[in-house]
Design a protein around this ligand. Sequence first.
Ligand code: NAD
Ligand code: APR
Ligand code: ZN
Length: 235
Amino acid sequence: MPAYKSIVILTGAGISAESGVDTFRDKDGIWSKVDYRDVATPEGFVRDAARVHDFYNQRRRGMKGVRPNAAHTALARLEREFSGAFLLVTQNIDDLHERAGSASLVHMHGELGKALCQACEQSSPWEKDMSVLSQCPACGSIGYLRPDVVWFGEMPYQMERIGTALAQCDLFVSIGTSGNVYPAAGFVGEARFSGARTVELNLEPSDGHSSFDEAILGKATEIVPAFVERLLSGR
Ligand code: NAD
Ligand code: APR
Ligand code: ZN
């Protein structure tokens, strides 16, 4: 592989699957059990906040005992050993990338371990169950907290930073995402427009697979470490 100067990586639920975190659209995925309109939209939260809190409380509890896997660790190694510009953009709301050591990281859909206050608009670390009676750690208001997660119809975080990185990258790698949800699903097009090489690593071809120069199919814990090794050894 040529020596790249600037790499952008996009990850989705598939990179955390082998850590035991459910994906959304695989067989028995989250959206086959819960209607996303009830728990991942602002309208759903207005309709029944307790239901939404329960959905994210269950996912927060489910993260206890979950560990980063070899794919998360390989991406942290790539960030450490790659000499050029590097940005990891994840759609995931788990904290497995940071626990594996990734630092140049954007959670474009927010974070399960954070609470957003609708009174003071501060985001605070949040590990326990959240309810309509929870108190904001920043301003003390009660009844204004929501999970700091971007829902359908809302704007993702740090889109300007992501757009700048995509405009400057010469390698774009998408890992473990079905390419179903925009704007993330459109990043490959932005990277191609910048002249970047585009590679998809996934269990199966994603909805956007035809936009990629190369596809490597397999389980993330196997194909991601091998891909990072290949990149770092210049092969
Ligand atoms: P969208 O149109 O980009 O995506 C809608 C997605 O909802 C579809 O791609 C489909 O995969 C999914 N969908 C539709 N019907 C479904 C069903 N019955 N069951 C399960 N999934 C279903 O979403 P949008 O409303 O245009 O919002 C896009 C914005 O919302 C973007 O900013 C995106 O980043 C954000 N977002 C956040 C989350 C999240 O849960 N954090 C999820 C999706 C989108
Ligand atoms: N290794 C590699 N890829 C995998 C693995 C694995 N072990 N397991 C599953 N995958 C792939 C699946 O083939 C699928 O293409 O990961 C992808 C997961 O796709 P989704 O479940 O749609 O998850 P994601 O693409 O992250 O969803 C995007 O939609 O609902 C919203 O907010 C949610 O951020 C999420 C967004
Ligand atoms: Zn507050």
